[in-house]
Write a protein that binds this ligand. Structure first.
Ligand SMILES: Cc1cc2nc3c(=O)[nH]c(=O)nc-3n(C[C@H](O)[C@H](O)[C@H](O)COP(=O)(O)OP(=O)(O)OC[C@H]3O[C@@H](n4cnc5c(N)ncnc54)[C@H](O)[C@@H]3O)c2cc1C
Length: 327
């Protein structure tokens, strides 16, 4: 299987989800005895291509053009179509970012190919790849297969694969091959304005190794200080379910879930969170999940590795005391 991995960067800075998709590409390549070509697209991105070449893949295709300096759906889909037609891959993998959501359907449609978007995983069965994607707000997971000829285009959801498992190239670096694409200004029908930036976040929750997350079980805003103290003692950050942020008890950028952040820390400690699907989709990839909830039937226990059925107002102070004593 020949895999084409399309990475994403902005102003010569990686979108780190690219490395999660590289991890997926490496797994698929290993199982299918395939090869990976990584694509770096933009302008002034040769250093990123060189960095990517240090990972385990066969080659890096460097696609640079003045008209690719700023992202436009017309420019990126026209350029990537030429790259795909030249490289003739079986499988094209992309991270499921806002940008990819914008141009990938156009790219697939222009080639009259199917696209399976927002996948959370895949299986390799009887020589065939089956992709798994959630449906109905994550209530069910569907197996989806391609019909028709390659190339097949797939995007993987953030946190579906672990970027820290990505393999480096043990024997030096892969070759970086510049690929020329033809683009004319009149092909680009939109004029990019300044890139939308979300309000500056006080903390990047995706980088925190430990997250203490509070839900409606915390009952009142004044009780959040207790959870913050626990987070600090553990060396982690505080975050929350949506109702807590909707109430303004914590800022919106601390919300985890389908309409908040997606995280995958080493430890996710859920305090008084029921485990609604919209919350779980944002944290289920955490390496270890521990939950404290007084309802033994709370759905959070279905995804938890460790569950404590009890009152958080008894358990959290006891944890704080134990941690303070051990310092
Ligand atoms: C379109 C849409 C998008 C959404 N996006 C998100 C999202 O991004 N993130 C998100 O979180 N939600 C989201 N929601 C809301 C989601 O459906 C749930 O309503 C929400 O996650 C519930 O939050 P919760 O678990 O804190 O509260 P609840 O469901 O009220 O759960 C509180 C839990 O605390 C437990 N509890 C109470 N007292 C104690 C105590 N003393 N000790 C221990 N446990 C206790 C209870 O047993 C209960 O399980 C979304 C909903 C919709 C419709």
């Amino acid at each position: 299987m020949k895999i084409l991995l399309i990475t994403e960067q902005h102003e010569a800075q990686w979108n780190r989800v690219s490395f999660e998709t590289l991890a997926a590409a490496q797994q698929i390549a290993e199982q299918t005895k395939g090869s990976i070509s990584g694509v770096v697209i933009g302008k002034g991105v040769a250093a990123l291509a060189d960095e990517l070449a240090g990972y385990q893949l066969e080659e890096v295709l460097l696609v640079e053009h003045d008209l690719l300096e700023k992202y436009t759906p017309d420019g990126f889909s026209a350029a990537l179509r030429q790259v795909i037609e030249g490289a003739k891959p079986d499988l094209v993998l992309l991270p499921h970012t806002y940008q990819v959501r914008d141009f990938a359907p156009k790219l697939a449609a222009s080639m009259q190919k199917g696209l399976i978007g927002d996948c959370i995983g895949y299986r390799h069965e009887n020589g065939k790849l089956i992709f798994v994607r959630q449906m109905f707000q994550g209530r069910t997971a569907a197996d989806v297969v391609f019909t028709g000829d390659a190339p097949w285009i797939v995007t993987f959801q953030a946190s579906a694969f672990r970027a820290d498992l990505v393999a480096r190239n043990a024997s030096g670096k892969a070759a970086v091959k510049p690929v020329a694409v033809e683009l004319k200004p009149e092909q680009i029908r939109t004029k990019p304005l300044e890139r939308f930036r979300e309000a500056k976040q006080a903390v990047d929750l995706t980088q925190a190794p430990i997250l203490v997350s509070v839900g409606r079980g915390i009952k009142a805003p004044e009780n959040i200080a207790m959870a913050e103290k626990l987070a600090k003692l553990l060396g982690g950050e505080i975050c929350a379910s949506r109702p807590i942020c909707d109430e303004g008890w914590l800022p919106m950028d601390r919300q985890i879930g389908s309409s908040g952040q997606t995280v995958a820390p080493k430890l996710y400690l859920a305090l008084g969170i029921s485990g609604a699907i919209q919350h779980v989709v944002g944290m289920k990839a955490s390496r270890t999940i521990a939950a404290i909830n007084k309802d033994q039937n709370a759905p959070i226990f279905e995804v938890a590795d460790y569950g404590i059925v009890g009152d958080l107002f008894e358990i959290v102070p006891a944890l704080i005391e134990a941690l303070e004593q051990s310092k």
